[in-house]
Write a protein that binds this ligand. Structure first.
Ligand SMILES: Cc1cc2nc3c(=O)[nH]c(=O)nc-3n(C[C@H](O)[C@H](O)[C@H](O)COP(=O)(O)OP(=O)(O)OC[C@H]3O[C@@H](n4cnc5c(N)ncnc54)[C@H](O)[C@@H]3O)c2cc1C
Length: 180
C-alpha cells in the first residue's frame, strides 16, 4: 500500500530497444517493419536503425537494463532475415511498460482515497497517448476550480474485485466515468 491507497495490480513489462549501425541504411520513406509473431521490429532512425526484440517480460518496479545477449541474439536474427547488415550497437536501453490487467490506461480519482488521482498504465502507447491523457487528467483534476477548462467531472478508479465498466459512460451527474 502506497500513500494509504490500495494497489491496483499494475504490472510493468520489460521492453528493450537499440540503435544500430548498418551496412545498408534504410531509404528515407521506409516503413517500420514488425514481425507477425511479435519477435522483433525495426525502423529507420536517420542513417541508423532502431531495433527491438519486442519482448513483453513481466518485471518488478526496477531501473531496467538490457539483459546480456538479448540485443546480440536479435542482431544475429535480423542479419539472417534482412539485408541490413548490422555492424554494431550505438546504444541500447530497456524501459518498463506498465499496464493494468485489461491493458486500458488508468486515469481518475481513487474511489476510496479522497484526493488521490491515478494516471498510470499507459503501456506501450504512452508517447502517443500522453497529450490526450494529460489533458483529460488536468480537466478532471481542475474541474470545478474555475472557468476555462473543458467540462469533465471527476472519474473514479475502482479496485480489482469491484465492478469494472468499459467503455466510459455518463454517470448520474452526466460526468464521464472511467472505471478501469
Ligand atoms: C523500448 C520502448 C519503446 C516504446 N515505444 C513506444 C512507442 O513507439 N510509442 C508509444 O506511444 N509508447 C512507446 N513506449 C511506451 C512509453 O515509453 C510509455 O508508455 C511511457 O513512457 C509511460 O510514461 P510514464 O510517464 O507513465 O512512465 P515512465 O516514462 O516510465 O516514467 C516514469 C518515471 O518515474 C521514475 N521513477 C520510477 N520509480 C520512481 C521512484 N520510486 N522514485 C522516483 N522516480 C521514480 C522513472 O525513473 C521514470 O523516469 C515504449 C516503451 C519502451 C520501453
Amino acid at each position: 500500500m502506497i500513500s494509504g491507497v490500495e494497489k491496483l495490480g499494475l504490472q510493468p513489462y520489460r521492453r528493450t530497444a537499440a540503435i544500430v549501425d548498418v551496412e545498408h541504411p534504410l531509404p528515407e520513406q521506409s516503413p517500420m517493419v514488425a514481425a507477425a509473431d511479435h519477435t522483433f521490429y525495426f525502423r529507420r532512425e536517420g542513417t541508423e536503425v532502431l531495433i527491438s526484440p519486442s519482448e513483453t517480460v513481466p518485471s518488478g518496479p526496477e531501473d531496467a537494463r538490457p539483459r546480456p545477449g538479448d540485443v546480440d541474439r536479435l542482431i544475429v536474427k535480423l542479419n539472417e532475415l534482412t539485408t541490413l547488415g548490422i555492424r554494431g550497437v550505438r546504444r541500447a536501453w530497456t524501459g518498463l511498460r506498465t499496464e493494468a490487467a485489461d491493458g486500458v490506461p488508468v486515469a481518475g480519482f481513487d474511489a476510496e482515497a479522497p484526493g488521490f488521482y491515478w494516471l498510470a498504465g499507459q503501456g506501450g502507447y504512452g508517447f502517443q497517448t500522453s497529450s490526450a491523457m494529460a489533458e483529460l487528467a488536468a480537466a478532471q483534476i481542475l474541474a470545478g476550480q474555475g472557468a476555462g477548462h473543458r467540462a469533465a467531472g471527476p472519474a473514479t478508479i475502482r479496485h480489482p474485485g469491484q465492478r469494472r465498466r468499459w467503455p466510459p459512460h455518463a454517470g448520474p451527474s452526466g460526468a464521464e466515468q472511467w472505471n478501469p
